[in-house]
Design a binder for this molecule. Structure first.
Ligand code: ADP
Length: 191
């Protein structure tokens, strides 16, 4: 199995790159942001709670996110070739929980971190906001999300670095360039 934790700030290209990896390697794509937005769309009480958190640029509580991942892993098809975790883990607490859950399922994962400069990211998100309809793609919330990323999510990189499971690729240029770096990395790892 090839399991990839796709890291990177909002706007670093996780969604786009996930699709390219998914098509090339036949992996499943789990975007926690997409799962949360689907819950909001359903209009449930939980969805309303989540909406209030996401639209302010804050993180959904760890316990809710960990339950979601646990449930996902418990229902994984036996012939699954691997999973791309897009948007999870976003805190060290979530990273520790994921490590335990993967071990319990006899699975392993590497983190591939997409690095893009802040000015590039802000431009991308502002542009995306023109068509995405996402309540969090406005300048004020983007800045909050970048702040949350630096304080709460960046430490996840160090966590996987310490486990020797961390790789960074340059995501400043375009998706093709980012993806070819990932292909080279996976070839190097014999994946
Ligand atoms: P982006 O990477 O552009 O921020 P996502 O779709 O990954 O977009 O996430 C959107 C929002 O969903 C986040 O700002 C956060 O509020 C919530 N979210 C997604 N994944 C998680 C997670 N693992 N833990 C907590 N909140 C999350």
């Amino acid at each position: 199995m090839l399991n990839i934790i796709l890291g990177g700030a909002p706007g670093s290209g996780k969604g786009t790159i996930s699709e390219l990896i998914m098509n090339q390697y036949g992996l499943q794509h789990l975007s926690t942001g997409d799962v949360l937005r689907a819950e909001i769309k359903s209009g449930s009480v939980l969805g309303q709670e989540i909406d209030a958190i996401i639209s302010k640029g804050n993180l959904v509580p760890d316990s809710k996110m960990i339950d979601l991942i646990e449930n996902y892993l418990n229902n994984l098809a036996p012939d699954c070739k691997g999973v791309i975790f897009d948007g999870f883990p976003r805190t060290v607490e979530q990273a520790k929980a994921l490590t335990e859950l993967l071990t319990a399922h006899n699975m392993d994962a590497v983190m591939i971190d997409l690095y893009a400069e802040e000015s590039v990211i802000i431009n991308r998100l502002i542009n995306r906001g023109k068509t995405s309809g996402r309540a969090d793609d406005n300048l004020e919330t983007i800045k909050k999300r970048l702040d949350v990323y630096q304080t709460q999510t960046k430490p996840v990189c160090e966590y996987f670095l310490n486990l020797r499971k961390y790789f960074m690729v340059n995501s400043n240029i375009n998706p093709t360039c980012t993806f070819s770096q990932i292909e080279a990395l996976l070839t190097m790892m014999n994946k």
